[in-house]
Design a binder for this molecule. Structure first.
Ligand code: CP
Ligand code: NVA
Length: 307
């Protein structure tokens, strides 16, 4: 594994390998066992969008692995003033051992990988958020003891989280149902690619406008904000479009009794989810947030560790 740009690029075995390592690193971390697997290595973290979890978990994770993280806000580096991805990739490749980037255009991440010579990790684009979904799979495994054969239901905007869930779930043999308005369904190319993966692992994909049909008998229920970063101007319109997609107690009641509730966060209570669900007994949102640390440490070791 050279980069982590899309879960679609990974084999099922590579995903299981990352999850296995993440579980091991989490266990060692809880026991206070140090693991300086990236001693002396440096990770540049480019952010052109805001972040709490991604920034802190990568920064702490790199520290725990014995390496050094550099926070590079696009407000401060020349990329934000128009320096090209080509020059940035070439220059940073001379200084760093890896780059994590959070940005708008997915092509900026693939271009960094194309022009640079060091591993690139996608920390969220408008299209995908693979690191989040690895943490989500780890959290599902922590709570359910397995992945294959479970049903994931995603309700709401067919955004970067929904796209990456399609990739992640189909790679590990989980069934996935997306309940979104037709106008805001997942990316068409992602759906086609995920269908190919689903054929190989035997999982199923359901795309429906009906949130009840999507959530029925789900083991995991997932939602995300209706207004992603960069869509702020559409907020009022989006609130109208998604008004029938709130995960409330009634809708959640159509999932299995022991279903867990997930949200990548940040959450907007009263919009995509009600308080009684996100703060209720089935919610695992903070386990999910914690696993960002462990899953991403496993990713960094996989792409930046000595082979
Ligand atoms: N879930 C997630 O990526 O959170 P941040 O935007 O805070 O990094
Ligand atoms: N869909 C959200 C995810 C935030 C972690 C966004 O892109 O803003």
């Amino acid at each position: 594994m050279k980069h982590l740009i899309s879960l679609h690029d990974l084999t099922t075995e590579e995903i299981h390998g990352i999850l296995k390592l993440a579980i091991k690193l989490k266990d060692e971390n809880k026991k206070g066992i140090e693991h300086h697997l990236l001693k002396g290595k440096t990770l540049g973290m480019i952010f052109t969008k805001s972040s709490t979890r991604t920034r802190v978990s990568f920064e702490v994770g790199m520290y725990q692995l014995g390496g050094y993280p550099l926070f590079l806000s696009s407000n401060d580096i020349q990329l934000g003033r128009g320096e090209t991805i080509y020059d940035t990739a070439n220059v940073l490749s001379r200084f760093l051992d890896g780059i994590m980037i959070r940005t708008f255009a997915h092509s900026d991440v693939t271009d960094l990988a194309k022009y640079g010579t060091i591993p690139i990790i996608n920390g969220l684009t408008d299209l995908l958020h693979p690191c989040q979904i690895l943490a989500d799979l780890q959290t599902t495994y922590d709570h359910k003891g397995k992945l294959e054969g479970l049903k994931m239901a995603y309700i709401g905007d067919g955004n970067n989280i929904a796209n990456s869930l399609l990739y992640g779930c189909t790679k590990v043999g989980m069934d996935i149902a997306i309940g979104s308005p037709k106008t805001h369904m997942c990316d068409a190319e992602v759906v086609e690619n995920a269908k190919e993966d689903a054929k190989k692992t035997g999982s199923s994909i359901l795309l429906t406008e009906d949130p009840v049909e999507a959530i029925k008998d789900a083991d995991v229920v997932y939602t995300d904000t209706w207004c992603s970063m960069g869509q702020e101007a559409e907020k009022a319109e989006r609130i109208k479009i998604f008004k029938d997609y709130t995960v409330n107690k009634e809708l959640f009641g159509h999932a299995k009794d022991d279903a867990i509730f997930m949200h990548c966060l940040p959450a907007y209570r009263g919009f995509e989810v009600t308080e009684d669900v996100i703060d209720g007994p089935n919610s695992v949102i903070f386990d999910e947030a914690e696993n960002r640390l462990h899953a991403q440490k496993a990713v960094m070791v996989s792409v930046m560790g000595d082979k």
